[in-house]
Design a protein around this ligand. Structure first.
Ligand SMILES: [Fe+2]
Ligand SMILES: [Fe+2]
Length: 476
C-alpha cells in the first residue's frame, strides 16, 4: 500500500465519504428490486474523467480513496459497515481503470453481494468472476493482512452484533430482576458486569449504533429496557468526560441496577403510563433505599465496584441542589457516578412515550430543559457535556428536510463540529406508512453549486406521524 500523506486534502476526504455512501446505497439497492446505481455511476464518471485509475483500498481501520484516507466524519456507521463488507470478502482493493458501463457495474455489485451468501469469501474469487464476465474496467485485489485473527474478528456485522448485545442485556436484567423479586438468591452481578464491559468497548467503537439502540423504549419490559438505556446514556457522558474504562464499567453496572428497588414496589409497570397517585408516589421515594438494601447482598464483584453501585442507586434521584429524594438529614456531596446516572435517567424518561403519546420523542427541547434546570437539578458542567454529547439534533430526532422529505437523525456529533449536519435516514412513503430509505449526510454539497443538498428545516413529533423512530435506527 502506498504511503499515506499526513495532511489530508479535505476535498478528497469529502469526495471519499460521498463515494463510500454511494457505493453503500448502490449495494443496498441491489438487494432490492430497485437496482438504483445511477448516483454511484455518475460519481464514478466524474472521478474517472481524468483518465487516472480510481482506487478504493482498505487500511487497518479505514478506507482510502486514491491513497488518501477517507475521514469517517458523520458517516462512520456506513463507513464501518462497508469496511466490514470488504473484509469479510477478503477484498483489499477495488480499482476502476475506466468508467464501467451500467451493465458491468451492476454485474460487479451483484457478484460482490453474492460472495457474502456463499462460502467463497475471497477477493481472488471475485476477480476471477469479473474476468469470466469479461469486465475489464474493474479490478479487485485480495486483502493482504498479517493479522488474520483480528481480521476475522471484524467479519461480523457490527450492527447485528451490538443489537444482540443490547437485547441480551435487557434479557439478562429481566431474569436477574425476576430472581430477586422471587427472593430466590442474592443478586449476582458477575455476568451483568461482563455485559457492561462489552458495552463500554462497543460504545467506544460504534457510539451512534448504541445511541440508535437506546431509542428503543418499551413498556413491556420497562425496567430492564430503561436500565440498559440509562447505561448507554451514562457511558456516553462518561466516555466524553474521559473517565477510565474501569470507572465506565462500574458506571454501566450501577446504571443496570439503579432502579432495582422498584421491583419490590406494589404497583405494576403499567403505572409508567400515567401519573402516580399519592400513595404510589410515597412508595417511589423509597426505591433508592430499597435498592441499596437489595444490592447489599450482591455477589460477583469487588468492594470498590459494589460501593460505587450502592452510591449510584442511592443518589440517582438526588438533585444537584440536594432536593429530590431520599431526603437527607445532612449535606453530602453526590458522587460523580450518581450525578451522571441522574442525568441519564432523566433523559431516558423524558424521551419515553407517556399518556396519549404512544411513541418516543427525541428533540433538542429535552436538552433545552436540561439546560434550564442546570445548577438546580443537574450538575452544570455535566449538563453541558451531556448536551454536547447528544448534539444539536440528538439521535432519533424526527425532522423535515428542506427538500420536503421526512428523516431521522442517526449519528452523533463529531468533536469540533457544530453538529447541525448529522447523517439522517430518509423516510420514504410506503402506502399509509413509511419505510427506511437512503442514509445521507447533511454535509453533502451539490457539485454544481457548492451548496448543501439538504438541511434540517423543522423538528417534528413522531406521535403526529405515528412513527417509532427505533424501527429505522436498528436495522441497516
Ligand atoms: Fe429511579
Ligand atoms: Fe431510573
Amino acid at each position: 500500500m502506498a504511503k499515506r500523506p499526513k495532511n489530508q486534502d479535505p476535498t478528497v476526504s469529502r469526495t471519499g465519504s460521498e463515494l463510500v455512501l454511494k457505493l453503500y446505497n448502490a449495494l443496498r439497492s441491489m438487494r432490492t428490486a430497485q437496482h438504483d446505481i445511477s448516483a454511484l455511476r455518475e460519481m464514478l464518471e466524474t472521478l474517472t474523467r481524468t483518465g487516472e485509475p480510481l482506487t478504493i483500498e482498505i487500511g487497518r481501520d479505514r478506507l482510502f480513496l486514491n491513497d488518501e484516507r477517507i475521514e469517517m466524519r458523520f458517516g462512520h456507521t456506513v463507513h464501518r459497515i462497508l469496511l466490514n463488507e470488504f473484509k469479510r470478502r477478503q477484498i483489499g482493493k477495488i480499482e476502476f481503470s475506466d468508467l464501467p458501463d451500467t451493465r458491468d457495474l451492476e454485474e460487479f455489485l451483484r457478484t460482490f453481494l453474492v460472495l457474502s451468501e456463499g462460502s467463497q469469501r475471497d477477493g481472488e474469487t471475485l476477480q476471477s468472476l469479473l474476468r469470466d464476465r469479461e469486465i475489464e474496467s474493474i479490478r479487485v485485489e485480495r486483502l493482504v493482512t498479517n493479522e488474520v485473527g483480528e481480521e476475522l474478528g471484524f467479519t461480523y456485522e457490527k450492527q447485528a452484533y451490538y443489537t444482540r448485545i443490547y437485547f441480551y442485556a435487557i434479557h439478562l436484567l429481566k431474569e436477574t430482576f425476576s430472581k430477586v423479586r422471587r427472593g430466590d438468591e442474592s443478586p449476582d452481578v458477575s455476568l451483568p458486569r461482563r455485559v457492561a464491559r462489552t458495552m463500554v468497548s462497543g460504545y467506544m467503537d460504534s457510539p451512534s449504533i448504541f445511541m440508535g439502540l437506546a431509542t428503543t423504549k418499551t413498556n413491556r419490559e420497562f425496567l430492564a429496557n430503561h436500565s440498559v438505556n440509562v447505561a448507554i446514556y451514562a457511558l456516553a457522558l462518561g466516555h466524553r468526560l474521559g473517565l477510565s474504562n474501569r470507572f465506565l464499567v462500574d458506571l454501566g453496572l450501577a446504571s443496570f441496577f439503579h432502579d432495582i428497588g422498584e421491583i419490590q414496589l406494589l404497583w405494576p409497570d403499567a403505572a409508567k403510563d400515567r401519573d402516580l397517585n399519592k400513595k404510589e408516589w410515597e412508595e417511589v421515594t423509597i426505591h433508592p433505599a430499597l435498592g441499596v438494601k437489595t444490592m447489599m447482598n450482591a455477589v460477583g464483584s469487588n468492594g470498590s465496584a459494589l460501593s460505587r453501585l450502592w452510591a449510584g442507586i442511592f443518589e440517582h434521584h438526588l438533585r444537584y441542589d440536594l432536593s429530590g429524594f431520599p431526603k437527607l438529614r445532612r449535606k453530602k456531596n453526590i458522587s460523580l457516578l450518581g450525578r451522571i446516572i441522574g442525568l441519564a435517567d432523566f433523559y431516558d424518561h423524558a424521551a419515553r412515550p407517556y399518556g396519549k403519546n404512544r411513541f418516543p420523542c427525541f428533540s433538542s427541547r429535552l436538552l433545552e430543559f436540561i439546560a434550564e434546570r442546570s445548577g438546580k437539578d443537574f450538575d452544570p458542567t455535566l449538563a453541558k457535556h451531556f448536551a454536547r454529547t447528544l448534539g444539536m439534533f440528538p439521535v432519533g430526532t424526527l425532522c423535515r428536510l428542506d427538500t420536503g422529505d421526512l428523516a431521522i437523525v442517526c449519528s452523533l456529533t463529531e468533536e469540533g463540529t457544530t453538529g447541525d449536519r448529522p447523517w439522517v435516514r430518509i423516510l420514504e412513503p410506503a402506502g399509509d406508512n413509511y419505510r427506511g430509505g437512503d442514509l445521507v449526510s447533511l454535509e453533502s454539497v451539490s457539485e454544481k453549486t457548492g451548496k448543501y443538498l439538504r438541511s434540517i428545516a423543522e423538528i417534528l413529533d413522531p406521535n403526529e406521524f405515528e412513527i417509532d423512530v427505533a424501527e429505522y435506527l436498528i436495522e441497516f
